[in-house]
Design a protein around this ligand. Sequence first.
Ligand code: SF4
Ligand SMILES: [Zn+2]
Ligand SMILES: [Zn+2]
Length: 315
Amino acid sequence: MRCRKCPRRAVINLARHRLALCPACFTDFVHQQVARAIKRERMFGPQERVLVAVSGGKDSLALWAILLKLGYRADALYVDLGIGEYSARSYAKVQAFAEQAHRDAQARLYVHRVPQKEGAGIRELAILTHRPTCSACGTLKRYHFNRIALEHHYDVLATGHNLDDEAARLLGNILHWQTEYLDKQAPTLPASVEGFARKVKPLYRLTEREIAAYAVINRIDYVVEECPMAKGSKLLLYKEILNQLETAQPGTKHRFYWGFLEKRAHLQGTNNLSMAEYDRQVLTPCTVCGQPTTAPICTYCKLMDRAKGVPVKSS
Ligand code: SF4
Ligand SMILES: [Zn+2]
Ligand SMILES: [Zn+2]
């Protein structure tokens, strides 16, 4: 099979675009998709500083690599969750990538170590606080990404969520009619109030398979195994179901998620209260740490108080 753009041999067939591409043209295609996402969703400009949340997996490392190749000022943050060998292997991949990124583009890596700073790994913290591990993990990661982005004056925080992640999340939110989450599901979430960094997902136009192919072609060494805590997660089930639909009808995922974004933009245009205005009305600084929250004390501070066995009190 020949590449659709040049005479070389194609190595990947993108059924949803009816496009077979060679390694060089596929790499260009991925860069164009990310550049288009950044422009179309007004994520950030060339002078803005971006902090990428990296886990050692293919999506976040590919995102960091692509932003640097596109010439953006991108540094990264790794949160060590203290999940035994898995965290050790993930960190090794992140560190090796970061050393190269520093040599090539003076990029910098921040590391937050949960076992040292919070006093226990994420599994132990979840047991202590009677929370599901992924829920405690989400609270911790959101808190520290936001904190470090603000402390070091980054304009925007970028995560490696891809089209599969976003379509699976959308399916879950619709199945359970979690409309409050639907409102917040967008490739760009503006910094609606003081104390919240802008959040963007520049890979939302690319599938998991496309990002894995990009990582292999561009020799990005990533941790292949999933986090052991993801086993049995609903999101994985939704991804599997969407993959079955995609095989039968190429383009399903992209029509599902992009269609939602179009309808959402239309609905917001007709809604008097924008998401940013709504946030400004309901968010106040946490009385303990100062990060914006809807309650007197934010979820992170409550979690940490519970982990220490201290009753939650506002100051
Ligand atoms: S699977 Fe759960 S514990 Fe593991 S990184 Fe994801 S949210 Fe955190
Ligand atoms: Zn080609
Ligand atoms: Zn707080």
